[in-house]
Design a protein around this ligand. Structure first.
Ligand SMILES: [Zn+2]
Length: 196
């Protein structure tokens, strides 16, 4: 089972959306493994990595050098690469032969999620197709299996009544001086919190 927060997933989609229109996007989900190698893809995602890829309408490539750059933080922080996410131009999210060959890993437990329409419209992980590597090859999960395999959890939970939530500003300080000092961040944060 792969566990990730909704905030992490949204962040990944936001980063993918900054690619130029009409090209395949790719990102990696990194984190900590929560079981040994016998359980396929068990882990908790903490980090989204977007590599410098050569992107085109129906293809992307990450060179060995760029792959290494996009993985330099793993060892430093004791993380592992848990999954690859990439996009296809249309609704077909099956692995192409190239996807099978050039995925980030060909080892048991590797996970590859393919999202349709270049991830436009904020798809969930299971709006695409989830593939897992079983040590022999890539296997496509059914919708039911994919939904059981990927668990999206909330990054924050706030059960306070709306009336008790103070206007946003510098934490704990309500003076206008504090707000001025925090400048645009106070305004952005106020927008974010008011939407809830
Ligand atoms: Zn592909």
């Amino acid at each position: 089972m792969l566990t990730l927060s909704d905030a992490t997933w949204k962040q990944m989609l936001a980063m993918m959306a900054t690619s130029r229109p009409g090209v395949e996007r790719v990102a990696y989900l990194d984190g900590v493994r929560t079981a040994d190698g016998t359980s396929l893809g068990m882990g908790i995602v903490t980090t989204v990595s977007v590599p410098y890829a050569v992107q085109s309408a129906g293809h992307f490539t990450v060179s060995a050098e760029e792959m290494s750059r996009a993985g330099a933080h793993l060892r430093r922080h004791g993380l592992v690469r848990l999954a690859q996410v990439h996009t296809h131009p249309g609704h077909d999210t099956r692995h192409s032969p190239t996807d099978d060959q050039s995925a980030y890993s060909g080892k048991a437990g590797a996970v590859s999620i393919v999202l349709p329409w270049h991830a436009a419209g904020g798809p969930s992980p299971t709006d695409g197709t989830v593939h897992v590597h079983d040590g022999h090859g890539w296997r496509q999960l059914s919708q039911t299996d994919a939904e059981a395999f990927i668990r999206v959890i909330p990054a924050t939970v706030d059960t306070r009544p709306a009336a008790l939530i103070a206007p946003a500003g510098q934490p704990g300080i309500r003076s206008s001086r504090g707000r001025r000092r925090w400048g645009p961040w106070a305004t952005i944060w106020a927008h974010v919190t008011r939407r809830r």
